[in-house]
Design a protein around this ligand. Structure first.
Ligand code: CTP
Length: 377
């Protein structure tokens, strides 16, 4: 029996990053042998065990073959004769398909180190397409490693496009989609996730409300960037610069979804926006089972952000009166999150510096007001 460190831990270590969970593969063992050594079985569908002391995951080397649609049919073969190379071959990306032996030797049969150097996210084999979640994983890695210069390999993008067209994404559960999205929102370059999903055609399958925004023009006097989808990702980027809170980032992402449902002539001067915005946001949050704190802030932001923009052109005391009408105003933490999302929206416009009513001191006044600090005339 031989054990190897595999997957994300090797990848992150080679990138000089710390903190990845350690996953191990065991070659030449059986479930019975693992249990007799004190490991606890935890895998429902796969032979995975927890180490009695470290609690780390040890999986028996296995092959997998898909035999049905969606997540229905999977033939898993875990036996002492399955080799490490066979186990690595079933994995998604070459950079995730490397292993390290006890003596420190790197085992890299699919060119993971080469692709790490070339900053490429490349699939290991055509079996990549057996799991549609991998499309979201690739988009997440593209966002996570964007600053390091990683891109999706052209052939992987082609495969992801074919998979998106096949309808297989419909097999993903809402929990899995939200989990990947939520993990991604923690990365400062999370807009890249949505760009990659859009490029391969997955965005319109899993978040059609967002996909629809691309190609919808904005009034050019307020949004020189013009396209609502482009604006949305600019707002998300600004939210990432302002805060690490994923609830605020999510609110920024979905604040304009209503514009995908409504003809442009119906939103002159943004009036009425509040009633237009909520339907698609609520639909999306329900479908993806978005936790309440995130969906509540998203609705609040979409409903009231234009009020705040208008209010910001007012004197601080009048602004305070306007803001007091908001329920969230009485909950300082919530209110500050709301203001951050509004601020991201203001800054997510090209040339926002030229718009006088978006001056930062007004936001500061609003923030001070939310803490109960007296606002000067
Ligand atoms: N894996 C896969 N397909 C999936 C999920 C996981 O091929 N749908 C493989 C990958 O090789 C991955 C390994 O299983 O490296 C472990 O999965 P996980 O711990 O979820 O991913 P990490 O690569 O460790 O990255 P992260 O922790 O960021 O998810």
């Amino acid at each position: 029996m031989n054990t190897y460190l595999v997957g994300g831990a090797i990848r992150d270590e080679m990138l000089g990053l710390k903190g990845a969970d350690k996953d191990w593969v065991v070659v030449g063992s059986t479930p019975e042998a693992m249990i007799s050594l004190g490991y606890t079985p935890v895998g429902k569908d796969f032979p995975v065990f927890l180490h009695p002391k470290s609690g780390q995951e040890y999986a028996l080397a296995r092959t997998e073959r898909k035999s049905g649609k969606g997540y229905t049919g999977f033939v898993v073969h875990a036996a002492p004769d399955v080799t490490l190379e066979e186990d690595l071959q079933r994995r998604d990306l070459t950079i995730n398909a490397m292993a390290r032996a006890d003596d420190g030797t790197l085992i890299d049969p699919y060119g993971g180190a080469r692709d790490l150097d070339a900053r490429l996210l490349r699939h290991v084999s055509p079996a990549f397409s057996e799991d549609p979640l991998r499309i979201l994983r690739v988009a997440r890695f593209a966002a996570r490693f964007h600053a390091q210069g990683f891109e999706v390999a052209a052939e992987t993008m082609t495969l992801m496009r074919d998979m998106s067209q096949s309808g297989e994404l419909q097999a993903l559960t809402p929990e899995r989609i939200w989990q990947e999205m939520h993990k991604t929102l923690q990365h400062d370059d999370c807009p890249v996730f949505f760009e990659v999903l859009r490029e391969c055609g997955a965005l319109k399958e899993i978040m059609p409300e967002l996909d629809r925004l691309f190609g919808i023009p904005q009034p050019p006097q307020w949004h020189p960037e013009v396209d609502t989808g482009v604006h949305t990702l600019m707002v998300l980027k600004q939210a990432c610069l302002l805060t690490q809170e994923t609830d605020v980032r999510f609110a920024a992402l979905v604040h304009d979804l209503g514009k995908g449902e409504t003809p442009a002539e119906m939103w002159p001067s943004h009036r009425g926006h509040e009633t237009l915005g909520l339907k698609p946001i609520k639909a999306l949050c329900q479908r993806l089972k978005v936790p309440r704190s995130a969906s509540e802030l998203a609705c609040l932001t979409s409903e009231f952000h234009t009020h705040v923009h208008r209010a910001l052109s007012l004197k601080p005391s009048t602004l305070l009166k306007t803001l007091e009408k908001l329920d969230a105003f009485r909950r300082p933490e919530r209110f500050q999150q709301f203001l951050l999302a509004c601020k991201a929206d203001s800054r997510g416009r090209t040339g926002f510096e030229q718009i006088p009513y978006l001056q930062a001191n007004h936001f500061q006044a609003a923030l001070d007001a939310s803490k109960g600090i007296a606002v000067p005339e």
